[in-house]
Design a protein around this ligand. Structure first.
Ligand code: ADP
Ligand code: MG
Length: 331
């Protein structure tokens, strides 16, 4: 819609044209100038579809920087595409914004969104914009593609598979506690690490192809490792035995746990990790680790798939950990 005269537009249309049209690079987005957009899937591919919303006061603090809010909204969706082995194609954006959000906020929001749309090669295809009497709600629907029939499922884990997790676990849950006033002995770098892990997920899209070619099952860890792994086990009709001592922790998380060992439950069940947990057959493990290394994604073996039910976490002394709530739940 290059020829459109923005001065003739309503307030809402002017904002969309000014801030969001530059992100709509795909020709099928029609410059956000039509009622809908279109996309032609490549022959022999499946589209992978996902939506996730983030809500002020629930998933982010209303005073978080707008660019970080935008990036988080996109990244929580990208994380699911990564876990399914999908390459991002694009996304739709539905905004419900309270009255006190001004144009500066929208400009910063669009700037953060543009950066990540570029970084993850995931352009904007359209959306909806409304005012709300409630908190800011940013709902994104992202779509990706995989070769036909190759989306990585939760339900494919097999007895004997190795359980692998990316990155480090628990940082974001500890970061949220820190943000909410927890007092721990940490240096500045450690504090910043935990806070930034809550503010801005680092989705593992670099690993998607390695997952597609090597993993029997995978899911993104967004509601806590313990609960999410239990969901993967249930879908696969298997159990998992995890050695807690092998769960990868950042230096900052180790420092917190050294003084507060009871927070291990928060680390394993807290959520917002946006890492990936997957099940890989032993014969593919070295190929998977090599592919992960080539993709610069740290991966750690934490346990194995066995017959039975549930995800079981054992301490170094062999004792089984029990959790009050294995995963974060809104209800
Ligand atoms: P409708 O009247 O059908 O609801 P809109 O006026 O909401 O249409 O939207 C007009 C165009 O602007 C559409 O192409 C829509 O996809 C796009 N759009 C609206 N809001 C956004 C947004 N927040 N981000 C991206 N595109 C948007
Ligand atoms: Mg609309």
């Amino acid at each position: 819609m290059a020829a459109r005269d923005d001065r003739a537009l309503s307030g809402e249309d002017r904002l969309i044209a000014k801030y969001f049209r530059p992100l709509a690079r795909h020709p099928g987005a029609l410059g956000l100038g039509d009622d809908a957009a279109f996309i032609t899937p490549a022959p022999g591919t499946d589209m992978v579809l996902k939506t996730d919303a983030i809500i002020g006061g629930v998933h982010f603090f209303p005073d978080d920087p707008a660019d970080a809010v935008a990036r988080k909204a996109l990244r929580v969706n990208l994380s699911d595409l990564a876990a399914k082995g999908a390459t991002p194609l694009g996304f739709l954006l539905s905004l419900a914004l309270p009255k006190d959000i001004d144009e500066d906020w929208i400009a910063a929001f669009a700037r953060g969104l543009a950066e990540d749309a570029e970084r993850y090669a995931c352009p904007l295809f359209g959306g909806d914009t409304d005012r709300t009497p409630g908190p800011a709600t940013i709902s994104i629907a992202a779509f990706g593609s995989v070769p036909e029939g190759t989306m990585v499922l939760r339900g494919g884990a097999m007895v004997g598979d190795i359980i692998v997790v990316t990155g480090s676990i628990g940082d974001a849950a500890l970061g949220l506690k820190l943000r909410s006033g927890a007092q721990w002995k940490l240096d500045r770098v450690q504090r910043e690490h935990l806070l930034s892990r809550y503010l801005l997920p680092q989705p593992r899209n670099a690993l998607s192809e390695a997952l597609r070619t090597n993993a029997n099952a995978a899911m993104d860890v967004s509601d806590g490792l313990a609960g999410d792994l239990a969901k993967l086990c249930a879908a696969s009709d298997v159990a998992a035995e995890i050695e807690v001592a092998r769960v990868p922790l950042s230096d900052a998380a180790k420092a917190v746990l050294a003084d507060n060992p009871n927070l291990m439950e928060t680390v394993l069940t807290g959520g917002d990790d946006y890492e990936i947990v997957c099940a890989v057959s032993p014969g593919k493990l070295s190929a998977f680790f090599a592919a992960a290394q080539a993709a610069h994604v740290p991966v750690t073996e934490i346990g194995k798939v066995v017959a039975g039910e549930g995800a079981h976490f054992r301490a170094a002394d062999g004792k089984k950990l029990t959790f009050a709530h294995a995963s974060y739940s809104h209800f």
